[in-house]
Design a protein around this ligand. Structure first.
Ligand code: ADP
Ligand code: MG
Ligand code: ZN
Length: 259
């Protein structure tokens, strides 16, 4: 008989493996099925390729990155306590501090434990809702987007949204907030959301909703990549006592701080 190389040796392709617990035999889902499910969930999550590597375990938060320790901790707490505590997260910080990395890590961890997750930037989610509305399918699309156990709404504030888009975003958050977790990222503090969303009242209502259903994590720190460059740059510079700091070095320090 020809045996396919792909047949799982644990369950021989049945998807179930038996366990003996205190001399009692039980069957449980085989690891191969759990992996296949996680794979399918990740494939449907629309996580951009450039973020597929993101995991909590490869998020650095010590040494030169210790300013990121509290956000790493908040993300770790989310993973540990989910779904008993399904409060979402809103990660706020400047560009490059690892907001998307953390948000995607949470989504990947949830998919690996068998949960449906979905990633979108604010702009792409609004676009898809606009398209659905034009096709008379808005309610359906909102229902679909309310299904994932975790929805990542990335990049709030990178591009302005008009009031109409903000209303759709508000509807999306409303459709989800009672029963599913939303993880959001923004490079803008709340005081700027009125401007981003084209409407102060809408922004205030949205912030109110999010404050009730998300932990807000302010990430302070320099851009992760910039940080690597500045460390490298300092390492190759002569020591300060060997040579006075030149104007160009002062300028570069200021530039590094600004990021
Ligand atoms: N603390 C970190 N440890 C490891 N990689 C990081 C860290 N912070 C950011 N990165 C990486 O740097 C890049 C930029 O981070 P990203 O999460 O996109 O930043 P943001 O969304 O805040 O602009 C990504 O490739 C990410 O994986
Ligand atoms: Mg990002
Ligand atoms: Zn198997």
């Amino acid at each position: 008989m020809k045996v396919s190389a792909e047949v799982c040796p644990l369950c021989e392709g049945t998807g179930w493996k038996s366990l003996s617990i205190k001399s009692e035999r039980r069957v449980t889902r085989c690891d191969c099925r759990l992996q296949a499910r996680a794979h399918a969930l990740l494939a449907g999550a629309r996580i951009p390729k450039r973020y597929e590597h993101c995991e909590l375990s490869n998020f650095e938060s010590d040494g030169p990155h210790q300013q990121l320790a509290s956000s790493r901790l908040a993300a770790g707490k989310f993973v540990e306590e989910y779904p008993v505590d399904s409060t979402g997260l809103l990660l706020i910080g400047s560009i490059g501090v690892g907001k998307t990395h953390l948000a995607v890590s949470l989504a990947i961890a949830a998919a690996e434990s068998g949960r449906r997750v979905y990633y979108g930037t604010l702009v792409s989610l609004i676009e898809s809702l606009e398209q659905a509305r034009a096709a008379g399918q808005l309610a359906r699309r909102l229902r679909v987007l309310s299904h994932p156990a975790i929805l990542v709404v990335d990049e709030i504030g990178y591009m302005p949204v008009n009031r109409d888009g903000a209303v759709l975003f508000f509807q999306l958050i409303n459709a989800r907030y009672e029963h599913a977790s939303t993880v959001l990222t923004s490079n803008k503090g709340f005081e700027e959301w009125g401007e981003i969303l084209g409407d102060e009242v809408m922004a205030a209502a949205l912030i109110d909703r999010l404050m009730h259903h998300c932990h807000v994590v302010n990430i302070r720190g320099n851009s992760y990549r910039m940080r690597e460059h500045t460390d490298l740059w300092h390492a190759i510079q002569p020591k300060a006592d060997e040579q006075p700091i030149s104007p160009s070095r002062q300028t570069r320090r200021k530039e590094a701080k600004a990021h």
